[in-house]
Design a protein around this ligand. Structure first.
Ligand code: SAM
Length: 330
């Protein structure tokens, strides 16, 4: 079967968060102090994560991205990935990481066939890295980056563009595509920062980011993108990589959204901007069989919001936007 929403959009892509813990404190994602990590028993176990992946694969999902928190802070992640990669219905398993602990696991990722890694990197300056992430791990991340390239990983760099913080680095980050075969993706800042401070607008929206890129690369050219792509991708003269812009706040790509998210506590979201719609952990722990879980998934997918704006409007008013992205998984 192919899981399809109430607007006829097939759901092919699952983002699975394996932990709420992170070894960075990026200010746009999490508060510096006072984060209460959940006790282990409130998080999905690896067995439960595998069961969820199995159910979704049965419903037509063929791509899974592992996220967090920081996935590599969870013990035995590689054992879990080994089991996940045995599912041949999954064409693509990828991972999003901040790169701090990742380098040591690259050989295992490679041998599991996980050869696409998204690396979060908002700056190429050590001091700015410390300011943004409140941690001193820039060199570890860069080491991972270089190792990934020499090991032949397909690397996408994700950089959130923030006014007065790293907007002066847009061109330098884009220049990485001149030197390395990477895709540097600029992401609009979203209000999921764990502070409940919602922003109504952003200076660096996708148009402004593109203008900035055009001012430096006058020959910039749009590349064809898959219809379900969240990024608009571009190339420019002498680039061996490319750049992308993800309008995550402007939400220009919702019409072709093919993804759902599962938080590390087993809550399902059919839109990043919406609220949790189904507690899968509860269903699993109550002993529901696959058919019953599938019918619940189908029920919530049939009530999906048209886009991120509608989802935001329909959100439970007692739960305003502002939770940390480390909870949702990005
Ligand atoms: N720890 C992993 C990492 O750093 O990639 C995975 C989880 S992290 C929450 C996933 C992505 O969400 C990162 O690329 C991060 O930059 C992005 N992110 C977090 N908060 C954000 C926000 N408020 N706006 C836009 N992107 C955000």
């Amino acid at each position: 079967m192919q899981l399809t929403d109430n607007f006829g959009r097939p759901i092919k892509y699952l983002r699975l968060s394996v932990t709420d813990r992170c070894n960075l404190r990026c200010f746009y994602c999490m508060p510096e102090e006072g984060i209460k990590y959940l006790p282990k028993e409130q998080l999905l176990s690896y067995e439960e994560l595998l069961r969820i992946a199995d159910v979704f694969a049965d419903m037509g999902v063929d791509k899974i991205r592992i996220t967090g928190g920081e996935p590599f802070v969870r013990k035995d992640l590689i054992d879990f990935l080994e089991k996940l990669t045995m599912d041949k219905r999954l064409n693509k398993i990828s991972i999003t990481t901040n790169g701090i602990l990742t380098k040591q696991f690259l050989p295992q990722l490679k041998s599991l066939g996980i050869n696409q890694v998204n690396l979060s990197l908002d700056t190429i300056h050590e001091a700015n890295f410390k300011k943004i992430t409140r941690r001193d791990d820039f060199n570890k991340v860069m080491d991972t980056f270089h190792q990934m390239l020499s090991d032949g990983f397909k690397v996408k760099i994700n950089a959130v563009v923030m006014e007065g913080i790293n907007d002066h680095e847009i061109i330098n980050l884009a220049n990485m595509a001149l030197k390395y075969p990477v895709s540097v993706r600029f992401i609009e800042e979203m209000p999921f920062n764990g502070s409940k401070k919602n922003h109504a607008s952003i200076k660096w929206d996708y148009r402004k980011i593109l203008e900035k890129l055009k001012s430096n690369f006058p020959d910039i050219q749009k590349l064809p993108s898959a219809s379900n792509s969240t990024s608009e991708n571009y190339t420019f003269e002498n680039a061996i990589g490319n750049v992308g812009i993800i309008a995550a706040f402007s939400r220009t790509f919702c019409g072709s959204c093919d993804r759902v998210r599962i938080t590390s506590t087993g809550e399902m979201r059919t839109c990043l901007y919406g609220h949790n719609v189904l507690n899968l952990k509860k269903l699993l722990r109550q002993g529901h069989n696959d058919e019953s879980i599938k019918s619940e998934i189908l029920r919530v997918v049939q009530k999906r919001a048209k886009d991120g704006f509608e989802a935001e409007k329909l959100r439970d008013k007692s739960y305003p936007i502002g939770e940390s992205m480390s909870i949702i998984g990005g």
